[in-house]
Design a protein around this ligand. Structure first.
Ligand SMILES: Cc1ncc(COP(=O)(O)O)c(C=O)c1O
Length: 374
């Protein structure tokens, strides 16, 4: 198959070595080689979260399963929670919380705007919140929230702090121990550059203790962290059959993160994000998010009205680059570009040049051809 440059906001391009792992012969999930590989994955996952003090989980499921585990492990019906809703995935956290009977208060921002820690403090001052839920990077709007300050507010209000790190972990600085959050979840398919389908969760010891205390009341079977804890403690234990090849591919991807070095990886993401943003702005388009709150993993672009489909199609057909469009009502006026995982600066530059050509060409598309009169 022809190589394409996948720059949708997840999944992302896989390295050749990760792809090779996917085609190895099938192993059983209790095979000593798989058990060894998985035990190593847990250690690597811990390092990518910088989670020395908490508990580490990795299991089969998408980011949404992580979100569900983060709600079901905490919420009893009637519990009051604050959801900081800065977009599509904040909205999903509200919905998941409602599914489990939480009494949700929402602190919502306008489209593309970040959450203000001061507003979070005010909202929490009403008291009685069991937990706060916040998205680090909302992939729908591409805003990057100041999570360190928001988590601090939650903790000083006595609430548990839960962070959706699906679009950040591995690409943007996040140090679980220093952050002091109770739970951070991510998926395998974005900045970690593994295939979709694995969920990775860092949880505080305090949260685990609370979970133990309410174990009879956890209202999910598969997403119950306590059931998974037994497997994490001893990966030979069966709970549900893991996606063996996917877990092996994740192991390889995490080794590649480690080989690069986490800090170097964060810096590379920052550099590439700047190349992409500069390219877009010099092509005459505006970025959705204001400076200071733009994500280094994904960028939202306001195109000329109605031209997002043309630009997307031209990037795909002429340049071999796949990008996504805005969600819902922004579908024809917004482009979303994922620039996480293994993206090189050369590829970022190639995107910037290609985008510039595609955006400029879209301005001429449909204009009448001016006849040469001479
Ligand atoms: C910020 C964020 N949270 C949650 C999810 C849900 O993850 P998944 O699609 O893997 O279920 C996504 C997916 O793109 C996301 O970007």
């Amino acid at each position: 198959m022809e190589e394409r440059l996948l720059m949708v906001p997840g999944p992302t391009n896989l390295s050749k070595s990760v792809r090779d792992v996917l085609s190895q012969p099938q192993l059983g999930h209790t095979d000593p080689d798989f058990v060894k590989n998985f035990s190593e994955t847990l250690v690597l996952a811990r390092r990518v979260f910088r989670n020395n003090n908490g508990y580490q989980f990795v299991f089969t499921g998408t980011g949404t399963v992580g979100m569900e585990a983060a709600v079901a492990s905490i919420v009893d019906p009637g519990d009051k929670v604050l959801v900081v809703n800065t977009g599509y995935f904040g909205q999903r956290m509200t919905e998941v919380n409602r599914c489990y009977g939480a009494q949700v208060e929402e602190l919502a921002t306008g489209f593309g705007l970040h959450a203000d820690p001061e507003a979070v403090r005010k909202a929490l001052s009403a008291g009685g919140f069991k937990a706060l839920y916040v998205t680090h990077v909302d992939t729908g709007t591409t805003v990057c929230n100041p999570i360190a300050d928001i988590v601090k507010e939650a903790k000083s209000a006595g609430a548990l702090a839960v962070v959706d790190g699906v679009c950040s972990v591995g690409g943007i600085e996040l140090d679980f121990d220093r952050l002091g959050a109770d739970l951070v979840f991510t998926g395998s398919q974005k900045a970690l550059a593994a295939p979709p389908g694995a969920v990775l969760i860092a949880a505080s010891q305090g949260l685990l203790a609370q979970l133990e205390a309410r174990k009879d009341r956890v209202r999910t079977y598969y997403a119950n962290l306590l059931r998974w804890k037994a497997v994490m403690d001893d990966p030979r234990t069966y709970f549900a059959t893991p996606a063996v090849q996917l877990m092996q591919a994740l192991n390889q991807a995490l080794k590649e993160v480690e080989a690069e070095g986490l800090e170097k990886r964060w810096t590379r993401h920052k550099t590439n994000a700047k190349i992409i943003r500069d390219g877009v702005e010099s092509a005459g388009n505006k970025l959705v998010v204001e400076q200071g709150y733009r994500s280094d993993t994904v960028t939202g672009i306001w195109t000329d009205p109605g031209s997002a489909p043309t630009i997307q199609e031209s990037l795909r057909r002429q340049y071999g680059i796949d990008v996504a469009r805005g969600l819902g009502e922004n579908n024809s006026k917004m482009i979303r570009v994922g620039h996480f995982g293994n993206l090189t600066d050369k590829q970022a530059k190639y995107f910037a040049e290609s985008y510039s050509h595609a955006a400029k060409a879209s301005r001429y598309a449909g204009r009448p051809v001016v006849q040469n009169r001479s």
